[in-house]
Design a protein. Structure first.
Length: 109
């Protein structure tokens, strides 16, 4: 092993792992070796112990709001975001809001 390879093996980077519920948000800072993937960092953070509902096969993952694959290699100061599934389609939610507003307008007449 060359000196450079040995040095890289011991170098670490600092990343954050974020997960949010409506009533609670968690942001963990973890030190991981250079070359660590998103999935490895999530497992290293132990966030899945706090939130057993997280399923990396179902929850989408991003770095700074950009979707990434679990095998993406991390860079210094990346923020991994674990997204919850949508409860309702955004288009349907908008239709419901518009419908409620139009009903309120009719009630005020």
């Amino acid at each position: 092993m060359t000196d450079l390879a040995a040095q890289a093996k011991h170098e670490t980077i600092e990343v954050e792992v974020a997960y949010a519920l409506p009533e609670r948000q968690v942001l963990m800072t973890v030190q991981v070796p250079v070359g660590t993937t998103v999935e490895q960092a999530i497992c290293h953070s132990s966030i899945m112990n706090q939130f057993p509902e997280i399923d990396l096969n179902k929850n989408r993952i991003g770095i700074f709001s950009i979707f990434v694959e679990r095998k993406t290699v991390l860079q210094q100061r990346d923020r991994i975001e674990i997204y919850r599934p949508l409860l309702i389609d955004p288009k349907e939610a908008r239709r419901l809001r518009v419908k409620r507003k139009s009903v309120k307008k009719c009630d005020n007449l």
